[in-house]
Design a protein. Structure first.
Length: 82
């Protein structure tokens, strides 16, 4: 299982689907049912939490100290941990 530190990622609907599928393969899921179904494609940000949950974020609030990464950075981090 891959464990990532918490972060935000800005996504388009297409990127969101890619990110969600990648995270599902790494053991992450949505807190809401069904936990491993692509959803919230209209949300401009996703937040990934250390407890392996994915949250949607409308961009109105970001926690201090939580980094923002790109899709490319996410892919690189996952590849580095494989």
């Amino acid at each position: 299982m891959i464990h990532l530190e918490d972060f935000y990622i800005h996504v388009t609907p297409e990127e969101s689907e890619i990110v969600q599928q990648l995270l599902f393969k790494c053991g992450y899921c949505w807190a809401a049912n069904p936990p491993k179904q692509v959803k919230y494609l209209d949300s401009p940000y996703l937040k990934i939490e250390p407890d392996k949950f994915i949250l949607s974020n409308d961009g109105n609030y970001f926690e201090d100290g939580v980094r923002m990464i790109t899709l490319e950075q996410l892919i690189n981090e996952i590849e580095d941990k494989l």
